[in-house]
Design a protein around this ligand. Sequence first.
Ligand SMILES: [Mg+2]
Length: 356
Amino acid sequence: MNTVQILFLHWLWHSCYNRRAAIFIMPAPASESALVEIIRRKFALRGQSRGLAVGMGDDAAIFQIAPGRLWAISTDAFLEGNHFSHRWHQPQEAGYKALARAVSDLAAMGARPKYFTMNLAVPAKLAGRWLNHFLNGVRQAARRYRMNLIGGDTTRPLAHGFFSANFMVMGELAGYQPVLRSGARPGDILYLSGLAGGAQLGLEMIKKGAGRNQRTRALLRRHLRPEPRLELGEWLARQKLATAMIDTSDGLSTDLQNLCAASGVGATLSAASLPVVAIPAELRRLALHPVRLGLHGGDDYELLFAVRPRDAQRIPAYFKKVPLTRIGRITHGAKITMDTAGKIQPLRASGWDPFR
Ligand SMILES: [Mg+2]
C-alpha cells in the first residue's frame, strides 16, 4: 500500500467513524413523550419476563405474582423548584402532595395501594425542621392511603443542590384485572371525574398572593391536597366498566393524547360539557380562562376513562360525591378534536411538559 492509499483509507475510516458518531448522537428531546420514546427503544424487553403482564408505557407496570393476584408498580419524582416552591408551599403540604401524586398512578390502574419506598436528596439547609414537616406530610398521606414505607435511600446533594423526593409505589389487584391506557375503542364514551383546572387555578391564586381564607381554601385545596381517585379507579376496574383509563396529572389535553396514542384511536371533546372549575368573582382580575385551565392545567389527578356505549347507563352521575361527567367520545383515526358549539377544531396537547 502506498502513502496515498494509506491516507485515503485513513480519511475513509475517519469520515465513516465520525458520520457513525454523528448518527448516534442523541438530540435533546423536544418533549417528554419524545424522551420516553428514546428510553423505550433503548430498553426493549430482553430475555425472560415471566410474570410481567404490563411493562413500560402505562401508568404503572403490572406483575402477576399468583393466579388472580396482580401487583402494580409505579414511580414518581418530586423536585424543589419544579413541583413545589418554598415561596408558596408549606413543607407539610409538599410532603403530602409528593406521595399523593405518586399514588394517583395506582388509581389509574384500579390498584389498591400497599407499600412505598422513598429516596430523598436533602440539602443541609433543609435537613432540620423543614424536613421534619415534610416527612409529617408524607406520613399523613401514607396513613390516609393505608400504605407502609418499606425502604429507600437518603443522600445529600452538593452545595446549592436542590431537594428531591422519589417514590416507588406498589399496589395490589386481588381477583380483577387492571384498566390499561390501551383498551379504548371507537364509539366509547369519555368520562372525567371531578373538576378540570382546579389545581392550576389554585396555583395561580397562590402565585398572585390570594390569601388563605374560608372562601379560597376549597380552591387552594385542589392544588395543595390532591385526592387520587382510588376508590373510583378500583370500582371501575372491578366492575369492568372502563375500557381505558389514565389519571390527569399533566393536563386533560396531554393525558387524553397519551390515552388515545396507547389505544390507537382519536377522540372528540365537547367544550360545553367540560366540568371546568368556576373562577370566583374576586379573581376575575387574574384574567384566567376556565376552559383553557380545564384543558391544559396540570396536577388535577382526576381519572379520565372510556366506557362502552352499552355500559354508559351504569356510570352514575356521582361516585361517592365525586361528579362523573361525559366529556366526549373515542373516534377512529388519531385526530383529537374539540367541538365548540358545532365548530370542530383540532385540540393540541398543551399540558405540563418539563421538556418543552
Ligand atoms: Mg399517570
